[in-house]
Design a protein around this ligand. Sequence first.
Ligand code: C5P
Length: 318
Amino acid sequence: MRSYTLIAPAKINLYLEIIGDRHDGYHELAMILQSIELADQIDLEANDVQLIRLRSDSKEIPVDKSNLAYRAADLMVQEFPDSFATYGGVDITLHKRIPVAAGLAGGSTDAAAVLVGIDLLWKLGLTKSELEELAAQLGSDIPFCIGGGTAIATRRGEILSPLSGLGGIYIVLAKYRSLSVSTAWAYNTYRSLFGHTYIKDTENLAARGNAVHSGDIVQAITRQDATEIAQKMHNDLEKVVLPEYPQVLQLKESFAKYDILGTMMSGSGPSVFALCESQEKAEQVKLSMREEIPNMDLELFVTRLITHGIQVKSQFAI
Ligand code: C5P
């Protein structure tokens, strides 16, 4: 049996600006997405029963058709029925390490890994942009997760411009295990509170989306200036999530007491990260946070920014 094991990194948002509404009910965004080393592992194995079967070591996620990884496999079956007939079904095992419903694209990166893995299993030879196009049909963050690294993401989040990769920057990531925030809730609440500030005409929307390319944070990324990056980080969704979830605000306030470069909520939360200038500093901050908040519901990770998305860890083919 042929099988592949893939590494699927999480992402954080260094920047998230909501600039307008879209006719499809989504938002026009200007974001900077960043892969981190914290990753899930996904095993894909060809089976001879013409079925997609999904399992996971986590009890927190469904393993039916509502799981994005399952939907990714299903999309490949719909798009490439001949290959499905030739190569058979796929057994997918998700080894979850990325906190669930955390604003870290855990579900999205698993789905991206399934697209990449099935492309390999079925020897389709899809290009990166073909994989990104399929990914965009499944969710807004999934195209980024394929190639990963550091990228500007505009429109719904699927139009990507890669930036020079950031190395040697560590983060401490904090998330309350039992706390989750619905992404749809966060965006809909933002619309109801701030919809009146949205840019309405198409020309200005495009101009605002383009402006991020020459913005301060992009220049700081080009210079690899972690201090400046930390100062220019921004997330509009903090305006709705922090007032509603005091524990998330408390994490930001706690991080701010220590020797960090900056702190920000990732995506729609509720995970919060602190940028640190070295691994040693990050480990110290993690220890201090644990002493300050001994609640074991709080998960703390030290991880680093990385320059890649989905990677093949090992393969077995006979
Ligand atoms: O695309 P995805 O399924 O990840 O999006 C989850 C939810 O986030 C959407 O249902 C929508 O409410 C919100 N969203 C949005 N605009 C975007 C991306 C996501 O409003 N560009």
